[in-house]
Design a protein around this ligand. Structure first.
Ligand SMILES: Cc1ncc(COP(=O)(O)O)c(C=O)c1O
Length: 393
């Protein structure tokens, strides 16, 4: 069977092997302690559930405007204006089937053969493949592990060439938890604007920042650089609404219009009643987000403290998101190979599922999600400690 050649360079996820093996072990009756989840383990806000239920009951079950319900686009425009002073009107927002669809539509709308798109790495698995699917070339710029993979403007700006079409930054970052500080955001956007390059800010994890840090949103520079900034956001992680599939983008009218044309031929509107639930979450879900963030911070501290006790493992505390990204290259001295090998070792010998860093472009690290219970974290750390002690004996 022949598939289209555009798929030739699109890789199967390196995480799948470990995920598949974890599923096999579970099916065979083993209890697996998982650090794999890329989603909050909390319930969606009750206000969202009630609003979606009411919408269903009242028959709000038909197609809506293809770009999403005006009430939600308006509420988002108000929120970003109030929080960050952005100039975007409701028409400059498009509601999409998760942030993933927004990023995909953006890639289709903006990138083509001959274009380069800069992505700091380690990065979320879908960025490079979405860029490739659009026919363009991802230019991966490594960030430094020493400072927890903080996203720095300088190496990114140095990678701009006449072919660069856009820079995609994801702060806080999946998988590293690294963030883009305000000064770096400003430097990056100013340089990109001067070069006529778009900056796409993927703000999927915007709510989850720790140690009192403040989030630097692309929206805060949109008034100054209206042609440059394109923001992607999502209800998935912020409100524990991953399965609802509601995300959005905001930016220059021409870009949003082009995305709308693509969405009109692809998904049409996101699910009608899910958007009503998202609107309720946006209006009244704030307290739950604050509580979730505080719990994630406590879990982060627990996980980072435990990882520090593992021989051959180092992990600066992640500044944001809900992932730790420890350096496990020290385990090579114990005869373990790359991150895939190490992930397999923890799965087979400790019943602990983690994601190998190679999936995100870095073979010296593992990704551990702390969107799981404190008990899971404590038990998992102990099992890893014991497995390593057995190996070192
Ligand atoms: C960095 C990043 N961007 C975007 C997404 C897309 O999330 P969703 O499509 O659920 O909004 C994810 C999900 O894991 C992510 O980690």
């Amino acid at each position: 069977m022949r598939t289209a050649s555009r798929l030739d360079d699109v890789e199967e996820s390196a995480t799948l092997k470990v995920t598949r093996r974890a599923a096999e072990l579970k099916a065979a009756g083993r209890r697996i302690l998982s650090f794999g989840a890329g989603e909050p383990d909390f319930d969606s806000p009750p206000v969202a559930v009630e609003a979606a239920r009411d919408a269903l009951r009242s028959g709000f079950t038909r197609y809506t405007q293809a770009n999403g319900i005006p009430e939600l686009r308006s509420a988002l425009a108000d929120r970003y204006r109030k929080d960050y002073g952005s100039p975007w009107t409701a028409d400059q927002f498009i509601i999409t089937v998760g942030g993933k669809a927004a990023l995909f539509e953006l890639a289709m709308a903006l990138f083509e053969s001959g274009d380069e798109v800069i992505v700091p790495t380690p990065c979320w698995v879908s960025f490079p493949d979405q860029i490739r699917l659009a026919g363009a070339t991802p230019v991966l710029v490594p960030m430094a592990p020493e400072d927890g993979f903080q996203i720095k403007a300088e190496p990114i700006v140095a990678a701009i060439t006449p072919r660069t079409r856009a820079i995609i930054v994801n702060s806080p970052c999946n998988p590293t938890g690294g963030i883009l500080e305000r000064a770096d955001l400003e430097g990056l956007v100013a340089a990109a604007a001067a070069a006529g390059v778009h900056v796409v800010t993927d703000e999927t994890y915007e709510s989850f920042l720790y140690d009192g840090r403040r989030f630097a949103s692309g929206a805060s520079l949109a008034a100054q650089y209206p042609e440059t900034i394109i923001l992607v956001g999502s209800f998935s992680k912020t409100y524990a609404m991953t399965g609802w599939r509601v995300g959005y983008a905001a930016g220059p009218p021409e870009v949003i219009e082009a995305m709308g044309r693509i969405q009109g031929h692809m998904t049409s509107n996101p699910t009608s009643f899910a958007m009503v639930g998202a609107l309720a979450a946006l209006r009244d879900g704030g307290p739950q987000v604050v509580a979730m963030t505080a719990e994630f911070e406590a879990r982060r501290d627990l996980l980072v403290a435990g990882l520090a006790l593992l021989p051959g493992v180092t992990c600066p505390p992640p500044a944001g998101a809900f992932y730790a990204f420890p350096d496990v290259s020290g385990l090579r001295r114990q005869g373990l190979g790359g991150s895939l090998d190490i992930a397999e070792f923890f799965l087979e010998e400790a019943n602990v599922a983690v994601v190998p860093g190679i999936a995100f472009g870095n073979d010296d690290h593992l990704r551990l999600s702390f969107a799981c219970s404190r008990e899971n974290i404590e038990e998992g750390l102990q099992a890893m400690r014991e497995a390593l002690a057995r190996r070192l004996d």
